[in-house]
Design a binder for this molecule. Structure first.
Ligand code: ATP
Ligand code: MG
Length: 569
């Protein structure tokens, strides 16, 4: 009934043209790359993918698909102390879930030998030297943004001496941090990235792929562009914070015998209100147990959103809708939620569920009466079929659908008022039974036996429609209502000394225990999407549901018109 991973070529996700199309068109028109486009998505396997990565994936894979080109998945695994196989596996799974398939699968570590050779090449050509400054000294010599740096006392080392030391670095003769290989560029450059950047560091850390084969590792900047070149990437698309690294990216290409010349193009990172999109911060939430894990349905990770019930198609549509630009901005979370609603409206089966039940007894309905009503599974999808809903004398309705004093414009139940039960009859509230505190616990109603199928006995109009579940056949299941993980629109905007986690929303999860659901929901498959009519979109949880005992997560609310009216009043 609903689709978790609709087949996709990826092309639908970049229907809207953006400036990168213009750049690629210009390159192709100028005859570059033999008319070929090859991109890559280059995650560092140090965490799970989040919504920001979804955007990058849609851009990288989308462009390749549109130009009939290729897109590689490349793990940027140059920082062994933070990287793990668990993340490598999860990232592959997430990219596929989002609906994309890579052409080549690469790891920066595949190229460690070539990169090392490039290091030697720069030494031999006088463009790199082994430096004995400690990491702190390197930083101090680098200077400030507004003041030039100082040259390292080791800068004039002969290529022969540097080559010997670099080989011995590799052979493990020196301690961690004792020496680095640095490019010889310009210590007074206004761009700090060009002030003799470090290319290699000594680090004895077990690498998830190369094990203990290496005790020196290339820095990100030295690895990234050269991997692009070695993989034959034509357009290396990244986020704006790398713009200031581009001169270095090009310097390497200018000074190394690379087989191919890629081009870096930057676009703005995705930011979304009420959310943080940073692996480091998301990891902190996991470690401090603010959330259940990376796949907590409140997390903006692909795993979390998937478990929450967001579909891959909705995320692709969202990424297309927000476009690709070169200025930073923050997208309203509503845009994301609307993309989810739009997709689920088309694909989710309808169901009846009452979250906060109030009993209705229909006085004039036979005590042992039971009817089975045919209900369409999804009016938006003719292929979705129908199911049968039991109807009887005792029903559950939503507590919120009853008020003692009906305000103006209230089309639900109150004493003397009539409403239609979805798919069934019209009922009128005759009497209210109350508990000791005066709170309603049971509504005694009558029904109009001739009011099935949208009619009434005398042709009168009944405006309101409410949902219900037959008490005799209702099942119970835990229902989790999720809200924004953060209460603040811009959670990272905090005064100095204040922890951004202070902006967490204390009410981001509410578990509803006594919900009453139509019996067909007992067989909900984990991951199956539903619209609980008038309540919201829900998904059967993939982690906690058991056969015959589903647990439901609220994916997103419906637009609640009454709440809006009340706010306006
Ligand atoms: P984080 O800050 O969350 O760790 P990152 O940029 O360090 O993100 P990488 O694994 O290096 O994470 O990112 C892989 C690719 O995804 C990069 O090309 C990066 O630019 C892109 N990316 C990461 N976050 C976003 C975002 N918020 N919007 C768009 N693209 C992003
Ligand atoms: Mg990164």
């Amino acid at each position: 009934m609903s689709h978790d991973t609709p087949p996709s070529t990826g092309t639908e996700s970049t229907r809207h043209r953006h400036f990168i199309h213009d750049e690629i068109d210009a390159d192709l028109a100028a005859g570059k790359h033999q008319g070929r486009v090859r991109t890559r998505f280059p995650p560092e396997p140090n965490g799970y993918l989040h919504l920001g990565h979804a955007k990058a994936i849609c851009v990288d894979f989308g462009l390749a698909a549109e130009y009939g080109g290729q897109c590689n998945l490349r793990f940027d695994d140059t920082n062994p102390s933070k990287e793990e196989q668990e993340y490598v596996d999860a990232i592959q799974d997430d990219v596929r879930w989002l609906g994309f398939e890579w052409d080549g699968l690469f790891y920066a570590s595949d190229f460690f030998e070539e990169l090392y050779g490039y290091g030697e090449h720069l030494i031999r050509t006088g463009h790199a030297y082994v430096c004995d400054l400690t990491p702190d000294e390197v930083a101090a010599y680098r200077g400030r943004l507004d003041a030039p740096g100082r040259e390292s006392p080791y800068r004039q080392r002969s290529p022969a001496e540097s080559l010997d030391l670099f080989r011995r670095m590799r052979a493990g003769e020196f301690q961690d941090g004792a020496r680095t290989l640095r490019a010889k560029i310009d210590m007074s450059s206004p761009n700090p990235n060009l002030r003799d950047p470090v290319l290699y560091r000594i680090l004895r850390a077990h690498h998830h792929r190369t094990g203990d084969a290496w005790c020196i590792y290339p820095m990100y900047d030295f690895a990234h562009g050269q991997c692009d070149a070695l993989e034959g990437i034509t357009h290396s698309i990244c986020t704006l914070e790398f713009e200031i690294h581009r001169p270095l990216y090009e310097w390497f290409l200018d000074h190394l015998p690379v087989p191919h010349r890629p081009r870096q193009i930057e676009f703005a990172r995705l930011n979304v209100t009420y959310t943080v999109l940073s692996k480091r911060k998301l990891l902190e939430l996991v470690k401090t147990q603010v959330v259940e894990g990376w796949d907590d349905p409140r997390m903006p990770t692909l795993r979390g959103m998937r478990r929450r019930g967001y579909t891959a198609a909705a995320l692709r549509a969202f990424c297309d809708q927000i476009g690709v630009a070169r200025f930073n901005s923050t997208v309203d979370k509503l845009v994301l939620e609307n993309a989810v609603r739009d997709d689920l409206n088309k694909s989710a089966a309808r169901a009846l569920a009452v979250l906060r039940p109030l009993k209705v007894v229909i006085e004039n309905y036979p005590a042992d009466g039971l009817e089975w009503i045919d209900a369409v599974n999804n009016p938006e999808d003719p292929a979705s079929g129908t199911r049968r809903l039991p109807f009887g004398r005792e029903l559950w309705i939503e507590h919120d659908d009853y008020k003692d004093d009906a305000p103006k414009g209230w089309f639900r139940l109150s004493p003397g008022k009539e409403v239609r039960l979805r798919y069934a009859y019209c009922i009128t509230c005759k009497e209210v039974r109350r508990d000791a505190s005066g709170a309603p616990i049971e509504l005694v109603c009558t029904y109009d036996p001739q009011s099935a199928h949208g009619k009434t006995s005398d042709g009168r109009k009944v405006k309101g429609i409410i949902h219900w579940v037959a008490a005799s056949h209702a099942i119970e299941a835990p229902v989790r209502l999720y809200d924004h993980l953060f209460a603040a629109e811009f959670p990272e905007d905090v005064a100095e000394g204040v922890d951004w986690k202070a902006n967490l929303n204390p009410k981001s999860l509410e578990v509803v225990a006594g919900a009453k659901l139509e019996p067909a929901l007992r067989d909900a498959r984990p991951g199956q999407h539903f619209q609980f009519e008038r309540v919201g979109y829900f998904v059967a949880d993939t982690r906690d549901s058991r056969p015959g005992a589903p647990v439901f997560n609220r994916t997103v609310t419906l637009k609640d018109t009454w709440a809006k009216l009340e706010k306006r009043a």
